[in-house]
Write a protein that binds this ligand. Structure first.
Ligand SMILES: NC(=O)c1ccc[n+]([C@@H]2O[C@H](COP(=O)([O-])OP(=O)(O)OC[C@H]3O[C@@H](n4cnc5c(N)ncnc54)[C@H](OP(=O)(O)O)[C@@H]3O)[C@@H](O)[C@H]2O)c1
Length: 265
């Protein structure tokens, strides 16, 4: 299937590793130009090299997406490199294992900044520019825990639920102008966030007094497919929603969780 992404000007936040890097790889393979955004310039350069070396269609922007001017800076950089913006993937996000009663005001605020204020500012800057050209795609990478709160980190769950609502609100405002906005809701992914030393698996093991292997086994056992997802599996759905082929999808919150959240919407 031709996804119609050739020469599309795309921005992916959190592109230095994980789901964002896998998404950038797919978009680049489809012939799109991609601006990779993350906080570390060196890590982004390594990622861009891994994707395509000195390819002029791959550019990087070192930026903390929680900066108040992040929307304007992303738009300016994308238009500066590629002449316009067609696609925005709001993917930057993170979590730590922290029980409800141990979450501080700062934990709540930083999760809100990263998962709500940042995608809101980026959409507020990018969507009108896409609307002027009557074509655009925005995908917000949310979480299954935004549909069914997880006690692993309630601030994460609540802000991901807010990001789903934000996504729907922007979708309603822009669909009639050709800008299609959707969310994806992945379940646990067997990538760095979980598996890296000190990552979620190690944190959960410490918190529950069990081994890292037991944490990963029980996380897999909770999924109807019996395993964690892979990063390319999430990226494939994101890339489809960025594409011409998704021309009748707007305001959706696509579960990519192996069937973990037992609802049909
Ligand atoms: N992994 C999972 O199990 C899972 C499940 C459901 C949903 N998700 C969601 O999927 C998205 C990607 O997760 P992942 O597993 O790929 O995580 P990851 O491997 O930890 O990657 C996170 C990316 O976000 C960037 N980032 C973090 N904070 C940032 C900031 N303030 N400004 C700019 N960039 C920032 C990181 O780069 P720097 O640190 O260099 O800035 C990195 O590129 C997140 O929104 C996450 O909530 C993940």
């Amino acid at each position: 299937m031709d996804l119609g992404l050739t020469d599309r000007a795309c921005v992916v936040t959190g592109a230095s590793r994980g789901i964002g890097l896998a998404t950038s790889r797919l978009l680049a393979c489809e012939g799109a130009s991609v601006l990779l955004v993350g906080r570390s310039g060196d890590t982004l350069s390594d990622a861009a090299r891994a994707l395509g070396g000195a390819d002029r269609r791959l550019r990087t922007l070192a930026l903390d997406v929680t900066s108040p001017d992040a929307g304007e800076r992303v738009l300016e950089s994308c238009v500066g490199h590629f002449g316009r913006i067609d696609v925005l993937v709001n993917n930057a996000g993170t979590s730590v294992v922290r029980p409800l009663q141990e979450l501080t005001e700062e934990d709540w605020r930083s999760q809100l900044e990263l998962h709500v204020m940042a995608p809101m500012r980026l959409m507020k800057a990018a969507a009108p520019a896409m609307a002027e050209r009557r074509w655009g795609r925005i995908v917000n990478v949310c979480s299954s825990s935004g549909k069914r709160p997880s006690q692993t980190n309630v601030a994460y769950s609540v802000t991901k639920a807010a990001e789903l609502s934000l996504s729907r609100a922007f979708a309603d405002a822009y669909a009639s102008q050709g800008v299609l906005i959707n969310a994806v809701a992945p379940g646990p992914v067997g990538g760095e966030l979980w598996l890296a030393p000190g990552g979620l698996a190690d944190q959960a093991a410490r918190a529950r007094g069990v081994s890292r292997e037991e944490v990963l086994e029980s996380a897999a056992a909770r999924q109807p497919l019996g395993r964690l997802a892979s990063e390319p599996e999430i990226a494939a759905v994101v890339a489809f929603l960025c594409s011409e082929a998704a021309s009748n999808v707007a305001g959706a919150a696509w579960s990519v969780d192996g069937g973990a959240v037992p609802v049909i919407i």
